[in-house]
Design a protein around this ligand. Structure first.
Ligand SMILES: N[C@@H](CCC(=O)N[C@@H](CS)C(=O)NCC(=O)O)C(=O)O
Length: 202
């Protein structure tokens, strides 16, 4: 089978997919484009957004669905329906934090952006990050049931993007999440991918 990932030259929503393809030892085409090319690429995307994954030429969008599909192949999507649901919940919680940060970061209106700052950084961000820290502390260093799942790869995959939008190190003072990052980045296939990946804007 052939696999081609199309995404910005960035980590963000493309990175969990790259991590999973690497974890699976799948030799994939990592097609990256710069922001300037987006206006010409956007109309070619099924819903005008990236990433997409082409599997044998079939075009798939939605990063979570793609990640879940790959995670099933990798045995990282839960051993039963309950565990799979817990993983989905963890991923959606991470998405909620991402959306809160994106709502601030991409806000073009200076006034509303300024209004968002205090609630976001004094309440929302610490609320989510402290909860994630607690969950990972209680689950032997992982998000779900004390073992590696795609929720862990997803979190570490998008972390650079979250930090970029927050303009702070979200792991500071959160040793269990830092430990999770180290665990994921030291999985041999992911370590190899990270060593070889191109320099990106984040
Ligand atoms: N739910 C989609 C969201 C995709 C998405 O928002 N992609 C952003 C980049 S991270 C994008 O394409 N932005 C450019 C645009 O909307 O024009 C997914 O998870 O794949």
């Amino acid at each position: 089978m052939t696999y081609k990932l199309t995404y910005f030259n960035a980590t963000a929503l493309g990175e969990p997919i790259r991590f999973l393809l690497s974890y699976l030892d799948i030799d994939f085409e990592d097609y990256r484009f710069e922001v300037e090319s987006w206006p010409t690429i956007k109309p070619t995307m099924p819903f005008g957004k990236a990433p997409i994954l082409e599997v044998d030429g079939k075009v798939l969008n939605q990063s979570a669905a793609i990640s879940r599909y790959l995670a099933k192949k990798a045995g990282l999507a839960g051993n039963d329906d309950w565990e799979s649901m817990l993983i989905d919940i963890a991923v959606d919680n991470i998405h909620d934090l991402r959306q809160a940060l994106a709502g601030y970061f991409y806000d073009q209106n200076e006034e509303s952006k300024n209004q968002k700052y205090v609630p976001l950084f004094k309440e929302t961000v610490p609320y989510y990050m402290d909860k994630f820290e607690e969950i990972v502390a209680e689950n032997k260093g992982y998000f779900v049931n004390g073992k590696l799942t795609w929720a862990d790869l997803f979190f570490v995959g998008v972390l650079g993007y979250l930090n970029h939008m927050a303009k702070i190190d979200l792991l500071e003072g959160r040793p269990h999440l830092q430990g999770l990052k180290d665990t994921i980045e030291n999985i041999p296939q992911i370590k190899l991918y990270i060593e070889k990946r191109p320099t990106a804007m984040f």
